[in-house]
Design a binder for this molecule. Structure first.
Ligand code: 6CS
Length: 342
């Protein structure tokens, strides 16, 4: 099914303008893996605003922030079952049911430059078309993909090399390829749902975790770790999924409203994040001046990059028939984004 993506903005806007009369009253339930003031909440709030305005109030979007309905895997299941219409379902978790999406967990594949990164998410063929049938097999429609910031490691001991991660129980999200990544990085990977991370660090059951800076600040991860390590190895990616039957049953007008809300919320969330990581680090340093920030040099990053080659091979081995094709398209989309920006 061809979607009205970014090229379809004018069409979506034109249809949406005439929408209110043609839209039946409905509630779209949208669950998040984050709090309402965090990145997923800011996106969902914008999405809600556009849907409700464009439908003339006929469609209500009810947002369920993290903590109201369970962990990421729970809200994905509720969306598959049609209890929810929409949810954030990040590849770090959905990789367990859609192995190909774990391409987002291969280190050093996504570009570091923000303009290239944003262009990749905006127009990647893989994201905007090729993933559709893979999600559909799980009863899900792809509504959006967007980045949430560079991963940093936060640890209890300094990390400058893979040797420093030796014996460190390192929390990862529950996709199998993340276990391979942290094995290749020299650590002892420990997959956990989000709700167990703070207490596991506090009780010294784990010695590190990775997340974007805004989340380290908003969830106070810095209280239970003493080092912030910039490795440049990846960006946190999230996906918005819809229940497939619900999505396929939307009228043309409702689909136009959904597409418009997706496009506006996507651009809003990129804009919102422009200085978010820097501002969050400043807040962390104010709250805990003794925390140490380690930025790995290019030479220090090299062994991590070398380890990434093994993870890439593992991805192709683990992710089944279409993995090699997915990887190739991912790389082609990065190159296309680079060419479009330069
Ligand atoms: O690490 C995690 O599990 C969480 N990190 C982010 C940035 N969002 C939600 C997710 O559950």
């Amino acid at each position: 099914m061809v979607k009205a993506r970014f090229g379809g903005l004018a069409l979506a806007a034109a249809v949406a303008l005439t929408a209110p009369a043609a839209v039946d009253a409905a509630e779209w339930k949208f669950a998040l893996e984050e709090a309402i003031h965090e990145v997923q909440g800011v996106y969902a709030t914008k999405f809600k605003e556009v849907v409700e305005a464009e439908s003339g109030g006929e469609i209500t979007v009810t947002i369920y922030p993290y903590g109201t309905l369970g962990e990421s895997a729970d809200v994905t299941e509720l969306t598959q079952a049609g209890v929810l219409q929409l949810a954030n379902a990040s590849p770090g978790f959905t990789g367990s049911i859609i192995p190909e999406v774990q391409v987002f967990s291969v280190p050093y594949l996504l570009p570091e430059d923000d303009a290239v990164l944003n262009e990749f998410f905006r127009n990647s063929e893989l994201i905007r078309e090729d993933f559709d049938p893979l999600f559909e097999q799980q009863g899900l429609a792809v509504v959006d993909f967007y980045p949430e910031g560079e991963f940093v490691m936060t640890t209890k001991e300094p990390v400058r090399s893979r040797d420093d991660l030796d014996g460190v129980k390192f929390r990862v999200m529950t996709s199998p390829l993340l276990v391979e990544t942290y094995n290749a990085f020299g650590a002892t990977p420990t997959p956990l749902p989000w709700g167990e991370v703070y207490s596991s660090l506090q009780l010294n059951m784990i010695g590190g975790q990775e997340n974007p800076m805004f989340f380290v600040e908003s969830t106070k991860m810095y209280e239970v770790t003493d080092y912030i390590v910039f490795t440049g190895h990846n960006t946190y990616t999230t996906t918005i999924v819809g229940n497939l039957d619900w999505y396929n049953g939307l009228s043309e007008e409702e689909r136009a409203i959904l597409d418009l809300a997706q496009i506006e919320a996507f651009e809003h969330i990129l804009d919102y994040q422009k200085t978010l990581a820097e501002d969050s680090l400043e807040k962390i340093l104010e709250a805990k001046p003794e925390i140490e920030v380690i930025r790995l040099s290019d030479a220090e990053r090299e062994p991590f990059r070398e380890a990434a080659a093994a993870v890439e091979a593992k991805f192709v081995e683990m992710a089944g028939g279409r993995a090699a094709e997915v990887l190739e398209q991912f790389k082609a989309d990065v190159e296309a984004a680079r060419a479009a920006v330069e």
